[in-house]
Write a protein that binds this ligand. Structure first.
Ligand code: GLU
Length: 485
């Protein structure tokens, strides 16, 4: 039975690299009907915080990852780690080390000066029983080091293939620090053993830790899990993805208006391809087809253009009622949501969303494009006003056009188009000379869906009121020092 875990350290928000690890563990567990365990590695008490743990859980939930066991907090298991380290000492597989960091540093420098490669020189392994007892009785701070046996560690990484490391290259690493806190190697192996983890799937940055951990499994006489190390994610400049490339926290993508499923697809497709086509795959499809064997060894590049593409694709593919439920919290937050969008105005609202969505890459775009239709307030883009409302002829033309519109019984796209074109011809101006200013007055910007659709969706009353805003809108020009020509 597959049992995997995701083990973030709550020293910051969940970032995209860690999320990809979580996602592959989750897909693997779900594919095999196994168990996905969440473990919070908060042994570094100074750098970990509850707030960050909460933020990590929030990010996982947003993407749609659920866990079957946990969260297990390592900070609640300190006594256990100490006990296990002592057990290894009793079995002669680990030993107390009384060397202070300063002493070790001095000997390291001496070795370096002699041109030797330094690893811990086992000074404390060779202490006599009396010496040890004396130091312990004196209360000298003691760490516990693992006694690395001779031999070669070999294992088959599920992504990278066979890996082998000569134990001579591994120093007697610390399991328990002299302050009683466990090191990462100890806590991670104790927990993986206790939770009966079968596969450790994690980032490449842990590859060098694996031989040490395999030694520990053996020392604890526990079965060694399989390992799969995921390749590092790179930024577009092919350097390790980091904050330099922009905010890499998962929740920042939620806040920019990406849909969880699009983000899930984007992240899963870093190192794995769910199928031959570039498209949105459903969670069910990804769970069904996931396999560790198909993870590529090469480092994937974090390409935001692809995320945007997937997101706009999903925005356009989702059943409109689902898109509206995802959009709803965004509108609610800005008090733009009204219950009638699900009742009396349902049809109108759904059609409006369908009209607009092809121009949107994110929920933020969608919200902003909807705003002029559902809010009484309108913000005019100064550039658009300057470009299209400066023409003084509009002072005469707009009231005439308004009258034409007012007289219309059926305020439809076709009818408004007809009267606008007739009016343009009569006045000897191009239709565009009316269309552009009208667009700015109606939506505040120089871009929108087709103007006649906009008119129909805006409705007669709002359209007439917005045409009346002409002088008001032009005041922006003075405020921005643009002047009206
Ligand atoms: N806490 C470690 C990290 O955040 C993960 C440890 C592991 O997966 O073994 O990198």
């Amino acid at each position: 039975m597959v049992r995997v875990r995701f083990a973030p350290s709550p020293t910051g928000h969940l970032h995209v690299g860690a999320l990809r690890t979580a996602l592959f563990n989750w897909l693997f567990a779900r594919h095999h009907h196994g168990t996905f365990i969440l473990r919070i590695e908060d042994t570094d008490l100074a750098r970990s915080s509850e707030e960050m743990s909460r933020s990590i859980l929030e990010a996982l939930r947003w993407v749609g990852l659920d866990w079957d066991e946990g969260p297990i907090y390592q900070s609640q298991r300190f006594a256990l780690y100490r006990e296990r380290a002592r057990q290894l000492v009793e079995k002669g597989l680990a030993y107390y080390c009384f060397c202070s960091p300063e002493e070790i540093e001095q000997r390291r420098q001496e070795a370096q000066a002699r041109g030797e490669h330094w690893k811990y020189d086992r000074r404390c392994l060779n202490l006599s029983q009396e010496e040890k007892e004396k130091l312990l009785a004196e209360g000298r701070p003691a760490a516990i080091r693992f006694l690395v046996p001779e031999g070669v560690i070999k294992y088959e990484d599920l992504v990278h293939g066979p890996i082998s490391v000569d134990n001579r290259n591994i120093e007697d690493f610390v399991l328990l620090r002299s302050d009683g806190l466990p090191t990462y190697h100890l806590s991670v192996v104790v927990d993986d053993i206790d939770t009966r983890i079968t596969h450790v799937i994690r980032g490449d940055d842990h590859i060098s830790n694996t031989p040490k951990q395999i030694l520990l499994y053996r020392a604890f006489a526990a079965p060694v899990p399989r390992f799969a190390h995921l390749p590092l994610i790179l930024g577009p400049d092919r350097k390790k993805l980091s904050k330099r490339h922009g905010d890499t926290s998962v929740l920042s993508f939620r806040d920019k208006g990406y849909l969880p499923l699009a983000f899930f697809n984007f992240m899963a497709q870093l190192s794995w391809s769910p199928g031959p086509e570039e498209r949105i795959y459903s969670i069910e499809e990804m769970v069904r087809d996931f396999s560790l064997e198909r993870i590529s060894k090469g480092s994937p590049v974090f390409d935001l253009a692809k995320l945007e593409w997937l997101n706009s694709r999903l925005i356009n593919e989702l059943p409109v009622n689902e898109l509206i439920s995802q959009l709803r919290p965004w509108l609610e937050r800005e008090r733009l949501w009204r219950e009638e969008f699900l009742k009396d105005k349902k049809d109108w609202f759904e059609k409006l969303v369908i009209l607009i969505r092809s121009r949107c890459r994110t929920l933020v775009d969608l919200k902003e494009m909807l705003r002029p239709f559902i809010s009484d307030k309108i913000n005019y883009d100064p550039e658009a006003v300057k470009k299209y409302l400066s023409d003084n002829r509009l002072e005469q033309l707009l009231p005439i056009l308004k009258k034409d519109f007012q007289a219309l019984e059926n305020f439809t796209a076709a009818e408004t188009e007809r009267v606008l074109r007739e009016r343009a011809e009569k006045e000897g101006v191009k239709a565009a000379a009316l269309i552009h200013p009208l667009r700015v007055l109606l939506v505040g910007k120089s871009v929108s869906p087709g103007i006649f659709d906009v008119l129909e969706f805006m409705g007669k009353e709002k359209t007439l009121a917005r045409i009346d805003n002409f002088s008001e809108a032009r005041k922006i020009l003075q405020a921005h020092g643009g002047g009206v020509s």
